[in-house]
Ligand binder design. Structure first.
Ligand code: ASP
Length: 430
């Protein structure tokens, strides 16, 4: 019977069992058992996804570009994609700013607890600050420089350099179109063949997804319990209201803005859209990484929504690196929340600065767990807020990361569907 279930039901079951096993392990004091024998399977699943990400980007992007056989078409799609990504990000940040200014979660913070809480997290903070140290001294357009790798092999060795590989794959694909010599046909064929093989690998990995998600969930529950959450119970109200503000924003994006966008610009029922990408959303939720989720997003968008590989192979990998609606909304809410906690009133000009830096920071965030939080330091710096503020939100960051990653992935899929529709590359799938 289990065999017949659709993939997302299996993943959902895996998640549920993982949660139950995690809770039972905590109750029985068997945390170590989960860490030693279950968590590794989650790591294996994550590794499998990461392993296939680079070959997938390269093969499918080159195959996609080569298939376009017309460079003007490529630049038109590229321009549309990037403009739409920036537009949705700006809307997400604005929404975040409105919500946090209406709810004002920072005003719930108990004054006497501030110092104690900041010092509690100072060690973790030092590490995060170190990570962002280099970033904040860079030129505002450093992200352009970062796109161009000095060594393509080196770029391909790190999953955080996806934009660099995309850049190389694009030039490679374009050059492949430009060389009108029969000798390059074999290269085209090889890459198209490679693409098919990589897609098959994704298929195989997905059979393992329910088990991978099970293991990740169980490990997560156990890790959380180890944090001794009870000691910071007095901060729950403040953090709770802050978390509610972020979650509310994410919910509005996912159940208000995206469905509206889909209806008006794509003419697709949002229920069909969500059912189609649900497995990707579940993987995003349990891995907190839109980069790791990419293979699944691609598979679902192509097979279930009918987006042609020409479009998805370009729009989705670019989206993973530059389009993070959930992350940018979260960065806006977190920044203003921290200002409120420290009793700092932000001017309209500062809010505008947050709008721009949160947009840029989300573009600069890699699609890996916690990346949005590191980049948040840049947003905090831009309006002169104390970095220590980060300590306030550390405790609750992981669950929020899981949720914002779902939104990030959904936003990418939405734009891919929209562009496919506009380009006449959206097949009808039942
Ligand atoms: N984890 C997020 C993602 O992969 C990025 C972040 O907000 O930290 O999309």
């Amino acid at each position: 019977m289990l065999k017949k279930l659709p993939l997302y039901s299996k993943i959902l079951l895996g998640m549920l069992f993982g949660f139950i096993v995690g809770v039972v392990a905590v109750l029985l004091g068997a945390n170590q058992l989960v860490s030693d024998y279950i968590k590794p399977f989650g790591t294996i699943f994550l590794n499998l996804l990461k392993l296939v990400a680079m070959p997938l980007i390269f093969a499918s992007l080159v195959a996609g570009v080569a298939g376009l056989s017309d460079i003007t078409k490529l630049s038109r799609i590229g321009l549309k994609t990037i403009s739409l990504y920036i537009l949705t990000t700006l809307i997400a940040v604005s929404l975040g700013l409105v919500i946090v200014n209406v709810i004002k979660p920072g005003n719930f913070f108990p004054d006497e607890k501030r110092v104690e809480f900041v010092s509690k997290y100072s060690v973790d903070l030092a590490a995060k600050q170190q990570a962002a140290e280099n970033i904040k001294e860079r030129s505002p357009i450093q992200f352009l420089v970062d796109i161009v790798p000095e060594n393509v092999v080196q770029a391909a060795t790190s999953n955080t350099s996806m934009l660099q590989v995309i850049f190389f794959a694009l030039i490679f694909g374009v050059a492949l179109i430009m060389v009108k010599d029969s000798k390059v046909e074999i290269i085209k064929d090889i890459i198209i063949g490679l693409n098919l093989v990589v897609l098959k690998i994704v298929d195989i990995i997905m059979h393992f997804a329910p088990f991978g998600v099970f293991a990740l969930m169980a490990a997560l529950v156990v890790d959380f319990a180890g944090d001794d959450i009870s000691s910071s119970i007095h901060l729950f109200t403040t953090l709770g209201v802050y978390a509610i503000s972020v979650v509310l924003g994410l919910l509005i994006l996912i159940f208000g803005f995206y469905p509206l966008f889909l209806k008006v610009f794509v003419g697709i029922d949002f229920k069909k859209f969500y059912i189609s990408i649900f497995p990707a959303q579940l993987v995003a939720f349990s891995t907190s990484s839109s980069a790791a989720t990419l293979p699944v997003t691609m598979e679902q968008v192509e097979k279930k929504l009918g987006v042609h590989n020409d479009i998805s192979s370009f729009v989705l990998p670019v989206g993973v690196t530059i389009n993070m609606d959930g992350t940018s909304l979260y960065q806006a809410v977190a920044t203003v929340f921290i200002a409120q906690v420290f009793g700092i009133d932000l001017t309209f000009g500062q809010l505008l600065t947050i709008l721009i830096t949160a947009t840029l920071a989300s573009i600069g965030s890699a699609g890996v767990p916690g990346a949005g939080m590191v980049m948040l330091i840049i947003v905090l710096n831009s309006v002169g807020l104390p970095i220590e503020g980060l300590a306030l939100i550390l405790a609750i960051d992981r669950p929020l990361d899981m949720l914002r990653t779902v939104v990030n992935v959904t936003g990418d899929a939405m734009i891919a569907t929209l562009i496919a529709k506009r380009e006449g590359k959206l097949a009808v799938v039942d």
